[in-house]
Design a binder for this molecule. Structure first.
Ligand SMILES: [Zn+2]
Length: 449
């Protein structure tokens, strides 16, 4: 049974899919006016791991994440660089997609774009107006929050409090200060014709329409960073309640933010490290371990020491993996020892239990280290059978896959194998002089043992 924390109910709940053995999942993607920083990459890595775990557990996963390619920031960037909005968004979509691949993320089922969903977005806003959930003032369209009894249900805020907390808005076109923009008439930048006037849609509408146009109904999981909970996700829900009488997803999941130097990592303050810059310095495996070492709902305080720790962690895993791989490669003699693989089964169960408990990746990594310990014992203990070792390697490989981590190792050539066997024999025979020179040759040939 997979349990997860549902932000909608603030409870740990058993995951029950809409369709048996299938998971539909949508995660809000980036606005494409710049590359992504480490803070933006947390949901990318985490939800990729969620998708992988569901797949590992036998679900068919349909994971969609969008690119917001219409936004004032994109328009601003286009002006600054003297190019079109399309050129800006295409450049960053290509670059961010490349970062997803560098992070070893599985390809998404779809990456919808606002510009490609415009007809549906305009129809949707038009329908909301016709239903009485939205109103037009001077070619702008606003959502009428008073029409939804459950407004603020996700963030747990009441309309009253929101109104009291709302800044005195200079925009007196709105009936209510917390009504939000669905369509904005604009003179500046890219714009589309609509029944309301030439303009652009609001961000909150885009996601609802993209989800509905792909999934055609409710989905299992809607995810994103905690900072999207309000107003973005509450506004998505408000529109869906008005239009479809549902809350888009049965489960809402939010990852905690990444801080650096005690402050939120963000583009607006410049307190950030670009994901690509970090990936130039460290491997994606180490990058993912930094993120997954902390349970996803907790804030992650990024600091340089995390790199050393995760590098050390990955090195331990890699060494066990390669050693066992080589051990199996060189050991042709299958010993008749009773197979005792129950330790492996226990570790596998422990890993699944950790992940099934609201995707506790930190505990899942602990069970991987238990496996590493076991593997190191297997290598030392000459009595362990080939089959058990083979099973152990397979298990390590599949558990790492769930976390999106792979270990590269290439098989030895015949010649290399002979060299390593000769070296092992020399050591066994205590011919240290010969062993040393063979070891030197092994190192020179870049054979990783
Ligand atoms: Zn969204």
């Amino acid at each position: 049974m997979i349990k997860l924390y549902n932000s909608l109910t603030n409870k740990i709940e058993e995951f029950k899919p809409i369709k048996e053995n299938e998971v539909s999942m949508y995660v809000c993607g980036p606005t494409v006016y710049s590359n992504i920083h480490i803070g933006n990459s947390r949901p990318v890595v985490f939800f990729d791991t969620v998708a992988r775990f569901f797949e590992y557990m036998g679900y068919k996963v349909t994971y969609v994440s969008n690119f917001t390619d219409i936004d004032d920031k994109i328009i601003k960037r286009a002006k600054e660089e003297g190019i079109t909005e399309k050129e800006v968004s295409e450049k960053y979509i290509a670059s961010i997609s490349a970062t997803y691949r560098r992070l070893n993320c599985l390809p998404h089922y779809k990456n919808p774009k606002v510009t490609e969903t415009m007809d549906q977005i305009i129809d949707f806003i038009d329908d909301l107006v016709k239903k009485g959930g939205a109103y037009i003032v001077d070619n702008d369209v606003y959502f009428d929050v008073s029409k939804i009894s459950e407004y603020g249900v996700l963030s747990g805020q009441t309309v009253e409090n929101l109104i009291n907390g709302a800044r005195i808005d200079t925009n007196d076109k709105k009936k209510n200060p917390i009504d939000f923009t669905l369509w904005k008439e604009t003179e500046e930048g890219i714009k589309w014709d609509s029944p309301f006037g030439k303009g652009r849609p609001g961000w909150h509408t885009e996601c609802v329409v993209m989800i509905h146009s792909i999934f055609k109904g409710m989905i299992d999981i809607h995810g994103g960073g905690l900072d999207l909970k309000f107003p973005h996700h509450d506004n998505e829900i408000a529109q869906s309640l008005c239009m479809y009488n549902n809350k888009i997803a049965n489960y809402w999941m939010h990852n905690g933010r990444i801080d650096m130097g005690g402050e939120k990592m963000s583009k607006s303050t410049g307190n950030l490290i670009w994901a690509n810059d970090l990936l130039d310095r460290i491997s994606y495996q180490v990058f993912r371990l930094i993120i997954l070492n902390v349970p996803y709902r907790q804030p992650l305080n990024y600091k340089e020491e995390l790199i050393a720790q995760a590098t050390n962690d990955f090195e331990k895993i890699r060494r066990a993996y390669v050693s066992l791989y080589r051990d199996l490669e060189l050991n042709y003699e299958i010993k008749k020892v009773e197979i005792k693989a129950s330790d492996l089964v226990n570790i596998k169960n422990e890993f699944i239990e950790a992940m099934s408990n609201d995707f506790n990746t930190a505990n899942a990594i602990t069970s991987i280290f238990n496996l590493v310990k076991l593997i190191n014992n297997y290598i030392r203990n000459k009595e362990t059978s080939y089959e058990v070792k083979e099973e152990a390697l397979e298990l390590l490989k599949e558990l790492l896959w769930v976390l999106g981590i792979e270990v590269e190792v290439s098989p030895l050539t015949k010649e290399e194998k002979e060299l390593v066997i000769k070296w092992a024999d020399a050591r066994g025979n205590k011919d240290f002089e010969l062993a040393d020179s063979l070891r030197k040759e092994i190192t020179e040939r870049n054979i990783v043992l």
